[in-house]
Design a protein around this ligand. Structure first.
Ligand code: PEP
Ligand code: MN
Length: 337
């Protein structure tokens, strides 16, 4: 349920309604915009009598939120959420580009990629240190050492770092060392992990599960927000279908759908979606055209010998030319890149 207050309602009147709603057993989430104040009610709203609220002279309107996601819902928060990390934003007019290898492999590798993507205009560096691999015999990541190398790359380039957290055991280290915590597709419904990152105030990049519906995806974001962390960035990375030419099928329609139903920023990962390096450019351009707030792209200096996902990684030169094409589309789309 959402209560929209009349403009210029005095603070103490708003406070009175909040206290009343809380006494009836629900949580009140207040959003103050330029010309409005919205009180979003979450939890048990069964004891609330809508006629009493509507008769309050300071109430403009009362709306029922049909969807199961509340804090994530645009009705709760009409304006786009902009997540800012060390001065770099994701959301609003800004089109953010996160680049970097699937996994951190060595100091030379991560430093050279970080410098190249920074020069090409990327605003964040990605790199897996703890890798979720289908086979236990595949490279599992450099783990703690990988985090140290990412920190070194951040120190050299100034790029904030994005890396995947697989287990709550190392969450404190991530909170200390990392700028954006990634929750991967395989953990999208690891609800305990979602709750743990929800208790921190670190920006969270939540990737869509490979067989998750849009509603399930948004409910996972709700788990994080319900614990108090509002810095959530969504990432569409393709879903599993019958198609075999691609690793996953990029669900482009999810972007405008999510932008309509939620205020959270949503970016696209064309690398894991297509699974092939030559699909990255067309899918990235399409993502910008359908209104995505950014991209996450795998870049490797030697894809043929990459320890992970080389077939879908583009080289730094290709990343540079892709960035300049994106700049042209950004002009038409009124986005800043
Ligand atoms: C990744 O971004 O490195 C990754 C493993 O992606 P996903 O969780 O989308 O498969
Ligand atoms: Mn990868």
């Amino acid at each position: 349920m959402v209560i929209v207050m009349k403009p210029e309602t005095q603070e103490r009147e708003i406070e009175k309604i909040k206290v009343k709603m809380q006494s009836l057993g629900c949580q009140v989430h207040e959003v103050i915009g330029d010309n409005y104040t919205i009180l979003g009610l979450v939890g048990d709203t069964s004891k609330i009598d809508p006629t009493i609220i509507q008769s309050n002279r300071n109430v403009n309107k009362l709306m029922n939120v049909q969807e199961p996601y509340k804090k994530v819902n645009r009705i709760f928060h009409p304006e786009d959420t902009i997540v800012t990390v060390n001065g770099n934003s994701i959301g609003g007019n800004k089109f953010a580009v996160i680049g970097g290898p699937c996994s951190v492999e060595s100091e030379e590798q991560i430093l050279s990629i970080a410098e190249d993507i920074k020069e090409a205009g990327a605003t964040f560096l990605r790199g897996g240190a703890f890798k979720p691999r289908t086979s236990p015999y595949s490279f599992q990541g450099l783990r703690g050492e990988g985090l140290e190398l990412l920190k070194l790359a951040r120190e050299k380039t100034g790029l904030p770092i994005v890396t995947e957290l697989m287990s709550a055991d190392v969450i404190e280290k991530f909170v200390e060392d990392v700028d954006v915590i990634q929750i991967g597709a395989r953990n999208m419904q690891n609800f305990d992990l979602l709750k743990e990152v929800g208790k921190t105030n670190k920006p969270v990049l939540l990737k869509r599960g490979m067989s998750a519906t849009i509603e399930e995806f948004l409910m996972s974001a709700e788990y994080i927000m319900s614990e108090g962390n509002e810095n959530v960035i969504l990432c569409e990375r393709g879903v599993r279908t019958f198609e075999k030419y691609t690793r996953n099928t990029l669900d482009l329609s999810a972007i405008p759908i999510i932008k309509r139903h939620s205020h959270l920023p949503i970016i696209v990962d064309p690398s894991h979606a297509g699974g092939l390096w030559w699909l990255v450019e067309p899918l990235a351009k399409a993502a910008m055209a359908v209104g995505a707030d950014g991209l996450m792209i795998e870049v490797h200096n030697d894809p043929a010998n990459a320890k992970c996902d080389g077939q879908q990684s583009i080289k730094p030169e290709k990343f540079k030319s892709l960035m300049s094409s994106l700049k042209q589309i950004a002009d038409i789309e009124n986005k800043e890149i």
